[in-house]
Design a protein around this ligand. Sequence first.
Ligand SMILES: NC(=O)c1ccc[n+]([C@@H]2O[C@H](COP(=O)([O-])OP(=O)(O)OC[C@H]3O[C@@H](n4cnc5c(N)ncnc54)[C@H](OP(=O)(O)O)[C@@H]3O)[C@@H](O)[C@H]2O)c1
Length: 248
Amino acid sequence: MTLAGKSVIVTGAATGIGRGITECLLKAGAGITVAGRREKPLLELAERYGDAVSVVAQDVAAPGAAERIVAAAADRFGGVDAVVNNAGLARFGDLDTIDPAQFDAMFAVNVRAPAELIRCALPYLRAGRGSVVNISSAGGVLSMPGRAFYGATKAAVNSLTRSLAVELAPDVRVNALLPGPVLTPMWDETGLDTEGAERLRAGLLKSTPMGRFGEDGEIGRWVCLLLDSEVSGWVTGALMSVDGGRTA
Ligand SMILES: NC(=O)c1ccc[n+]([C@@H]2O[C@H](COP(=O)([O-])OP(=O)(O)OC[C@H]3O[C@@H](n4cnc5c(N)ncnc54)[C@H](OP(=O)(O)O)[C@@H]3O)[C@@H](O)[C@H]2O)c1
């Protein structure tokens, strides 16, 4: 792997898919700047992995957040070789019941914040021929009844990925991973009641040909492959499905 000694920013790193990504990157020898709102689970990562982890407790959607995260990575690791935009907000509900303010909140975290982080890291990414992976979702390409706002933000992430891949080529590669359903804390915070969440999970399992949920490490390993220029040096603008066949 060409990731040893690289400086990688991972947002939403403490839980679920972000944690799986962080652990895969650490195994590959990268130094990780981890960002998220809650400091405690991020500090636990740092305690476990020592100097290879730098912690920034930060709401990615807050003004100045991207600058602070990039500055922390540059201070600790001397620059930024890669950005993994993983932090995400999922609020579900039918069009006639969901609070439209949820759309703004999701757009700010899922779309605007990743764009801002890429923009702030750009001088470093350009200098080192770096790379970006945006964690999108199968929901960005499927119809999403009951989850239209969330799906729309992920479709926007896909569009951002493809446009920036061309805009920033050949210096910086920009790709997206589109996971299918992975059991993470996200599923407990969607705004659905217990029964609705259970019904949704059962439906997702049924519509996943591989017949099981994904695991966070299965997403993490693909992030490593996409960031590794020896494997993926000619891959940019890809919307890579890792979804047990859900979008097949
Ligand atoms: N699980 C799935 O089935 C699935 C499928 C497709 C795509 N995805 C995508 O995968 C990504 C990770 O989700 P997950 O399933 O692993 O859920 P998760 O465990 O809830 O992870 C989301 C992470 O994002 C962080 N976060 C949320 N809002 C933030 C903000 N404003 N600022 C900074 N950090 C923030 C959270 O930490 P704090 O709360 O401490 O901030 C948390 O660590 C998301 O982009 C999600 O849309 C998930």
